[in-house]
Design a protein. Structure first.
Ligand code: HEM
Length: 374
């Protein structure tokens, strides 16, 4: 009689697979933060399948080590392993709970923020754990045909669970059923300013003094511009306004509108008709020089983000939403509307548009520290 085929791979293969799974989850997780276009939807699918496959792997692992982590047997190394197990289980559980429509009110944060927070702690704890207990499976074990079958089975189970949960969510009509491909749920579309006010990290400036505020266009341009709020076509019927350009003829910028969907990484999305000026019209008035390649949008808080010149031209600097003036929380007097970009790239409280030759990488730090200086 043929020997029984045990689906559970050898211990080191389970451990190695967990390492690979966490690397895939972290990579797809971080990439998901900048994936706002449907063409990037596969990132979320891979994340979901890897996440569900990890549930199976972790269950095998915990069943194997359960006797070693009893309270009496705990030393510092094992305590670290237990903490890793708890945080990983937390990351998995909050991810699945989110998919099924879970909600958690943690003040400025919600369930998906908790998931992402736990998800970022897992690799740190895993690195400590691996320093204490790293052991690679032997090559022949990994290459073993039976283990290849087992990997396929684990991934297959993850994909099946993923499909099954989407169907279950739809049949049960859970709050998770209408998620966008990004996992975000609709909130406050077409309701003017009545949609969630969130900041990437800590940006929370005082209301901007509109009379003192100007929008400056600087950097690799033939003519730097400085526009006051009064100079901008902000109201209905104000179709265009003239922009003085020193000794050059004044340029005119028309009021423009754009319907666009704002998708925040904290798990909500909202679609609106935004009103303001096209960045392309502003750039035409300033005339970027031949070295211009990027456009950086800077907030009064120091928060900033760049778009490639071509993409920036189609973006909008909004002063109105669904016909209403933007509220302070949504970035008054002016915020960036960058279709296809995740919400944290839609810079709020914009005061400068800087045309650059290269992307200012300092912004990758600024988005985390702006607003922390109180
Ligand atoms: C930077 C870190 C991470 C980010 C940004 C992130 C983001 C997300 C998002 C947006 C979802 C919801 C997808 C949807 O609604 O379809 C999700 C689901 C999930 N994530 Fe993460 N995640 C991260 C790290 C992790 C880690 C480290 C783990 C596991 C250890 C994990 C496991 C899961 C699981 C199991 C799901 C549910 C998948 C499903 O049921 O379809 N995530 N994650």
């Amino acid at each position: 009689m043929a020997p029984e085929f045990d689906l559970e791979p050898p211990p080191r293969v389970v451990d190695g697979s967990l390492l690979v799974a966490v690397v895939v989850l972290l990579a797809t997780g971080i990439t998901s933060l900048v994936s706002g276009r449907p063409s990037g939807g596969w990132v979320f699918d891979v994340h979901a399948v890897a996440g569900l496959a990890t549930v199976v792997l972790l269950a095998w692992k915990l069943r194997r080590v359960r006797h070693r982590i009893s309270p009496g047997a705990l030393d510092a190394t094992r305590a670290m392993s237990v903490l890793l197990g708890v945080v990983t289980t937390g990351a998995l559980a909050t991810g699945v709970w989110w998919v099924f429509g879970g909600r958690l009110d943690l003040g400025p944060w919600g369930l998906l923020n908790l998931h992402i927070g736990l998800g970022l702690v897992v690799p740190v704890l895993l690195a400590v754990h691996l320093r204490q207990r790293f052991a690679l499976p032997r090559r022949e074990t990994v290459a073993d045909r039976r283990n290849a079958l087992r990997y396929g089975a684990v991934l297959g189970a993850g994909a099946l669970a993923w499909r099954a949960q989407e169907t279950t969510s739809r049949v049960l009509d859970t709050a998770g059923a209408d998620r966008r491909f990004t996992g975000s749920r609709e909130d406050g579309s077409d309701a003017g300013n009545d949609f969630p006010v969130t900041s990437w990290v800590a940006d929370d400036p005082d209301p901007v003094d509109v009379d003192a505020w100007t929008l400056d266009v600087t950097g690799h341009v033939d003519t730097s511009l400085s526009l006051s709020a009064a100079a901008l076509p902000v109201g209905e019927g104000e179709s265009e306004t003239a922009i003085s350009r020193g000794d050059r003829d004044p340029a005119s910028v028309e009021a423009a509108g754009k319907r666009a969907l704002l998708d925040c990484t904290s798990g909500w999305y909202s679609e609106h008709d935004w009103g303001g000026i096209r960045v392309g019209d502003l750039l035409d008035a300033a005339a970027p020089d031949e070295d211009a390649a990027w456009v950086q949008f800077q907030s009064v808080t120091g928060y900033r983000w760049s778009l490639p010149l071509g993409e920036a031209r189609d973006a909008l600097l909004a002063t109105r939403v669904d016909g209403d003036p933007l509220s302070h929380g949504h970035g008054a007097p002016m915020r960036l509307v960058a279709p296809g970009r995740r919400g944290f790239q839609w810079v709020k409280w914009v005061e400068e548009v800087r045309v650059t030759r290269r992307r200012g990488l300092g912004e990758l730090v600024a988005v985390f520290v702006s607003g922390l200086d109180g």
